[in-house]
Design a protein. Structure first.
Length: 261
C-alpha cells in the first residue's frame, strides 16, 4: 500500500461538566451519571458502513456492540466484494466508512479514504461440501473437480490466484464469483466440489468442511478500514473506526477467526 497505515484513530468524547445546584433543567449538555459517564450517546445519527463480504458476521456483532455504547446511532452495513463496493463508492454511494479485504482496493479510493488503518488479517482454505464428495485433499485436486473461485478483481480472487500460482496449479473454474460468500454458498449447496474461501467464512458451519492447503500462511490478506472524506456522518464514522481498532473491536474480530493486522 503506498501510504503508511499506522494512524491510531482516536475519538475524543465530550467531558460533561458537573451540574451546579440550581442550574436550568433545559441544559443541552449530557448529564453525568454517578460513574462520570455521559447519560447520552457521544455520537448520533445514521451510520452506513461498506464492508467486505467476509466481514459480515464480525461487523454485525461489532455494530451491535458499537450501538450499545452509542444508542443514538442507527447502524447499517452493506456487504459485498471489496471491488464492487469501491465502484459504488467512486460513483457516489453515500457511505461513512469503508472496510476492505485487501489494501489494493482501498488504494483505489485515494484521497476519498481518510488515513486507512489495518485492523485484521485472513488466509485462504479449501472449502468442500460436507462429506467431501470430490475427495479433495490438496490444491492440485482442484484442477480435477468442479471448483468455484472468486473473480480476480476481488481480494479473495487475487489471493486465490497467488496461492494457486505458488503451488503450480492451474484451475479452470466453473464460475468466478464477485464475493467470497457466493463461493461458499455454491460449495455448501453441492453445486461445486470445492472452492477457495477465507478461513473465517467456514467457522462454525456444518455444511462444509475445510482443508488448510500448503502455502496458505504465505498468502495473507490484510484488511484496512477508513472513514470516508465525504462521509455524511463524519463524527460517527470516526467513532466506528476507533471502535474497530480498539481492544474490544479486535477481540470480536478474533472471536470470528481474524488474525492480527
Amino acid at each position: 500500500m503506498n501510504r503508511t497505515l499506522r494512524r491510531t484513530v482516536t475519538v475524543a468524547l465530550a467531558a460533561a461538566a458537573l451540574a451546579l445546584t440550581g442550574c436550568a433543567a433545559g441544559a443541552e449538555s449530557p448529564t453525568p451519571t454517578a460513574t462520570g459517564e455521559a447519560s447520552e450517546s457521544a455520537v448520533s445519527g445514521e451510520l452506513t458502513v461498506y464492508a467486505a463480504a467476509s466481514l459480515s458476521a464480525a461487523f454485525d456483532e461489532i455494530g451491535d456492540a458499537f450501538i450499545a455504547e452509542n444508542p443514538d446511532v442507527q447502524f447499517s452495513a452493506v456487504y459485498d466484494g471489496s471491488s464492487t463496493l469501491v465502484t459504488q463508492l467512486l460513483e457516489g454511494a453515500p457511505a461513512d466508512v469503508f472496510a476492505s479485504a485487501d489494501e489494493a482496493n482501498m488504494d483505489k479510493l485515494e484521497d476519498a479514504a481518510v488515513d486507512p488503518a489495518l485492523f485484521a488479517s485472513n488466509t485462504l482454505v479449501i472449502a468442500v461440501p460436507a462429506g467431501n464428495p470430490g475427495d479433495v485433499e490438496t490444491l492440485a485436486d482442484l484442477a480435477d473437480v468442479t471448483t468455484v473461485l472468486c473473480a480476480p478483481e476481488v481480494p479473495c480472487g487475487a489471493a486465490s490466484e497467488t496461492l494457486l500460482s505458488n503451488a503450480g496449479v492451474t484451475v479452470d473454474a466453473a464460475s468466478l464469483e464477485q464475493n467470497v460468500t457466493a463461493v461458499l454458498t455454491k460449495v455448501a449447496a453441492g453445486e461445486a466440489d470445492a472452492g477457495l474461501v477465507y478461513a473465517t467464512d467456514a467457522i462454525g458451519r456444518d455444511d462444509v468442511e475445510v482443508i488448510v492447503p500448503d502455502g496458505a500462511d504465505e498468502v495473507v490478506n490484510h484488511y484496512p478500514i477508513a472513514a470516508l472524506s465525504d462521509a455524511p456522518n463524519s463524527d460517527a464514522a470516526d467513532a466506528f473506526v476507533a471502535f474497530v481498532l480498539s481492544d474490544e473491536g479486535r477481540s470480536i474480530l478474533a472471536d470470528f477467526g481474524f488474525g492480527a493486522p
